[in-house]
Design a protein around this ligand. Structure first.
Ligand code: HEC
Ligand code: HEC
Length: 337
């Protein structure tokens, strides 16, 4: 008897959940993408949170931006996550791609240059709660088993990065919760996906749930693809592409100088003196880890607790064309132009 009642109740709940939105969903540009998708039947992920307090979000923001918080929960103390970095050394917290449906490095760089957004190795935390996998593709090659757990969990990915990428430590539960809360404050809304026309939204809402869900899913990539690549075999010839120095300047200022400045993630300062460009220029074609081809494609080694390291740029974060743009800029400046 008990079992029958239980099943009936369970069935009623499932039925209510799946049919809740049919026909009654009201959508507007401010609607949360995540909430809308869950209403349409997408299962909630483990990082789903609701009723987050402003205090916890602010705590997460401080952890991400400063590595500690001035307001830990009662009875807890806050100690730095990493000796070398904060999360924003390598990750943005704003939108960084004008096009969300595909990787488009050129559009991304133009957008960064127009808005002066750092041009970094890590993916932005903006919209990270809307992704369904993390540390994708070639990161599996680099981190192997470590990524198995992280790939399908935003919590595990955050832990992996706090410990390994940022050469720090595993987060305590309250720190992890606060960072997840902060991520939620950076979620996407329907307007961000280009769904801002009331008529379009009404049409979308009128479709069967599975169709509306599929349409929304098609408007953004559910993950950040990652392709590792290599320096050209002949550094003189480079990748055989013509660089654009003005775009190279954008990469230098928004990418390299984000860390290679006073107070950035590295003690090595890449300033605007001609001598600095000459040093970089001399090494471009050298068989040296200091060649921009080597450093951008392979980064430097990370050893937990030791010197800070430089993460490499994947093809998606800095394309071969953009590496040639950077080279063109360095060569131009080293000639004093
Ligand atoms: C030294 C650079 C660096 C620092 C510091 C850093 N990260 Fe990362 N992080 C990366 C790189 C590189 C990746 C892999 C590429 C990517 O983000 O798509 C990554 C990936 C991630 C991912 C998975 C992203 C995705 O969409 O695949 C999360 C989550 C993350 N980091 C959280 C954090 C948090 C939280 C902090 C601060 C505690 C932090 N990271 C600090 C470099 C860094
Ligand atoms: C996320 C931070 C970060 C970004 C962005 C970054 N670097 Fe680095 N880079 C480092 C760190 C950290 C090191 C290791 C050296 C140190 O500080 O101890 C390093 C090392 C280097 C070195 C070797 C320096 C030496 O004397 O050993 C070069 C050259 C270099 N980076 C060039 C670049 C260029 C060019 C760019 C832009 C395409 C760039 N870096 C972007 C953090 C960064």
């Amino acid at each position: 008897m008990r079992v029958v009642i239980f099943l009936t109740v369970a069935f009623a709940i499932v039925f209510a959940a799946t049919s809740a939105s049919d026909g009654v969903l009201s959508l507007n540009p401010e609607s949360s993408v995540a909430e809308t998708m869950y209403d349409l039947g997408l299962p909630k992920p483990s990082h789903f949170r609701e009723n987050l307090s402003a205090e916890e979000i602010e705590r997460g923001r401080q952890l991400v931006w400063m590595g500690t918080t001035s307001n830990p929960p009662q009875g807890k103390t806050s100690r730095p996550i990493s000796r070398f970095f904060t999360c924003v050394t390598c990750h943005n917290t704003v939108r960084e791609d004008p096009i969300l449906t595909e990787v488009n490095s050129e559009a991304r760089l133009s957008y960064a240059m127009e808005k002066r957004i750092p041009y970094l190795q890590g993916s932005t935390f903006w919209g990270i709660v809307n992704r369904t996998s993390w540390y994708n593709d070639d990161y599996v090659l680099k981190y192997g088993e470590l990524v198995d757990k992280a790939k399908n969990s935003l919590e595990e990915s955050t832990q992996l990065c706090a410990l390994v990428c940022s050469q720090g430590r595993t987060l305590e539960q309250w720190e992890l919760d606060a960072i997840i809360a902060y991520y939620w404050s950076l979620e996407m809304n329907l307007g961000d996906l280009g769904l801002d026309d009331p008529e379009k939204l009404a049409q979308l809402a009128a479709l069967p749930d599975t169709s509306s869900l599929a349409q929304i899913q098609a408007l953004f990539m559910p993950k950040s693809p990652a392709t590792f690549s290599h320096p050209p075999t002949d550094k003189d010839a480079g990748y055989g592409l013509v660089g654009d120095a003005s775009r190279g300047q954008g990469i230098y200022e928004l990418g390299c100088q984000h860390c290679h400045r006073q107070g950035g993630g590295s003690d090595v300062i890449l300033d605007d003196f001609r001598s600095t460009f000459r040093w970089l220029e001399r090494n471009i074609t050298a068989d040296s880890p200091l060649s921009i081809y080597e450093i951008v494609r392979h980064g430097t080694y990370s050893e937990a607790g030791h010197r800070p390291y430089m993460p490499h740029y994947t093809q998606e974060k800095l394309s071969d064309q953009q590496l040639e743009d950077l080279r063109a800029f360095v060569e131009q400046r080293s000639k004093g132009k």
